[in-house]
Ligand binder design. Structure first.
Ligand SMILES: NC(=O)C1=CN([C@@H]2O[C@H](COP(=O)(O)OP(=O)(O)OC[C@H]3O[C@@H](n4cnc5c(N)ncnc54)[C@H](OP(=O)(O)O)[C@@H]3O)[C@@H](O)[C@H]2O)C=CC1
Ligand SMILES: O=C(O)CCC(=O)C(=O)O
Length: 448
């Protein structure tokens, strides 16, 4: 490997050994960049890569909230403003018990390149808290969100940093967060958040956008192979927002999602999550806060596999869509053995680096999450545009733009890999194309 690249990766490994997810994503992205760094010696001269791995700014703050029984609880809040070279920091908030700086930084780092791939003016950011929303009442969620915003409101804004949802944060939480922001600032400045309810500036299609965008990207991949999505079987993970969007669009296009998973195991539905009743039930399960996918098996009379993951089920396409590091090498082996042809990452970094390499070496067509799931943040940027121009676009308009953006991301990735002699490599192509735009902007803006 190029000596400069290797030294930056070593530096990150030794400095952030206690943040393994962050180290993993830096290695994954930078290992694609060798030909780019060789072609651009000016990057090393400006020490561009060591600058890129350090967030421009990161906030850690106390979030104190009262439970319904009157007891006080203290959580840690984070917001990482990772890279603002191409636009205001943009990225979701994650509320989950396992959140710590390594998770926030891995998500923020991915977000830089993902946002760049959309071609829209959005920088990379991410935030969240180790607050666990499971089992919390609506009033507790509201008090938590209000306290979180009291600590953060000074440091965000429509032209500064625009948070949105991620795991554990949906339209309800965004409503409470924005409400507190508006109360504290005394302005109707709705462009400060995306993923809002439609009544106060949310965009049509944003709830569906990540899943829809993933399916649009998949269609490009299938077209390249001379195939169509019609009749394809898909294994998904989770049953959250993103999986819901995939099920909905796949069904509309004649494909079927046959697996869903949760912390309790996975379900196999041979008829697919295709009817509107089944698709809507995903929302019901999510809203119940019970965190079990078994409810689906009980309701629709399909098989439930406790404590297992759906990787190894015979399908045409795997779309891991729940969380990071859901697919390890042992799962990758089962996926390859099952004859799966397409491995389309959807959740942020759902695959360990060795599993990803294995799948590519086995000849599966692998697409990376930072490209596949970029439809969510791209539609957030469309929401920001609507808020700035005080306009409301129709669902058709937003969906048309989303589809176009996904097609462009795919094409840019293919072309970037080809330009550097890497062939049809969607993983390297996305890393290179995402990197190049941010690198150009950082180089143009001087060294800091
Ligand atoms: N929402 C968006 O617009 C975007 C999301 N993403 C990424 O997509 C992924 C999913 O996000 P999203 O759908 O929004 O999040 P949600 O919180 O809506 O859903 C996450 C799903 O993952 C499940 N899950 C959690 N832990 C496990 C586990 N141990 N095993 C199996 N399933 C588990 C959750 O189940 P349970 O609730 O029971 O724990 C839930 O069904 C994340 O990686 C996120 O970062 C990427 C781009 C945009
Ligand atoms: O819509 C957004 O701003 C953020 C979406 C997100 O968190 C992600 O892309 O991972």
């Amino acid at each position: 490997m190029n000596a400069y690249l290797a030294s930056v990766i070593e530096n990150v490994k030794s400095k952030y050994a206690n943040e393994p997810e962050f180290v993993q994503t830096v290695e994954e992205v930078f290992s694609s960049l060798e030909p780019v760094i060789e072609r651009h010696p000016e990057y090393e001269k400006a020490d561009l890569l060591n600058r890129m791995v350090e967030p421009e700014r990161m906030f850690t703050f106390r979030v104190v909230w009262m439970a319904d029984d009157g007891t006080w609880h203290t959580n840690v809040g984070y917001r990482c403003q990772f890279n603002g070279a191409i636009g205001p920091y943009k990225g979701g908030l994650r509320f989950q018990a396992n959140v710590y700086p390594g998770i926030i930084k891995f998500l923020g780092f991915e977000q830089i390149f993902k946002n760049s791939l959309t071609g829209l003016p959005i920088g990379g950011g991410k935030g969240g808290s180790d607050f666990d929303p499971a089992g919390k009442s609506d009033a507790e969620i509201m008090r938590f969100c209000q306290s979180y915003m009291q600590a953060l409101y000074r440091y965000i804004g429509p032209d500064v940093d625009v948070p949105a949802g991620d795991m554990g944060v949906g339209a309800r939480e965004i409503g409470y967060l924005y409400g507190e922001y508006r109360r504290l600032k005394g302005v109707f400045e709705n462009g400060v958040f995306t993923g809002k309810g439609f009544s106060y500036g949310g965009s049509r299609i944003r709830p569906e956008a990540t899943g829809f965008g993933a399916v649009y990207y998949l269609e490009n991949v299938l077209k390249h192979e001379g195939e169509s999505i019609q009749g394809k079987t898909i294994a998904c993970a989770g049953f959250g927002n993103v999986t819901w969007g995939i099920c909905k669009k796949a069904a509309e296009l004649g494909a079927k999602v046959v697996t869903l998973s949760g912390p309790d195991g996975y379900i196999y539905d041979p008829d697919g999550v295709t009817t509107s009743e089944k698709v809507a039930y995903l929302l019901e399960m999510r809203a119940s806060g019970r965190n079990v996918v078994k409810d689906y098996a009980d309701k629709f009379g399909v098989e439930f596999y406790p404590g297992e993951k759906p990787w190894g089920v015979k399908v045409d396409i795997c779309m891991p869509s729940a969380m990071q590091n859901d697919v390890y090498l042992e799962h990758a082996k089962k996926i390859a053995q099952a004859g799966v042809k397409y491995y389309i990452e959807v959740a942020n970094m759902p695959t360990t680096n060795d599993a990803l390499r294995y799948l590519m070496d086995c000849g599966l067509i692998v697409a990376p999450s930072k490209a596949v799931n970029a439809g969510g943040v791209a539609t957030s940027a469309l929401e920001m545009a609507q808020n700035s121009e005080r306009m409301v676009w129709t669902a058709q308009e937003v969906d048309k733009q989303l589809r176009q953006i996904m097609n462009t991301i795919y094409t840019m990735s293919v072309e970037a890999a080809e330009e550097y002699g890497l062939g049809y490599n969607l993983v390297a192509g996305a890393n290179i194309a995402g990197f190049q735009r941010v690198a150009d902007a950082m180089m143009a803006q001087g060294v800091f």
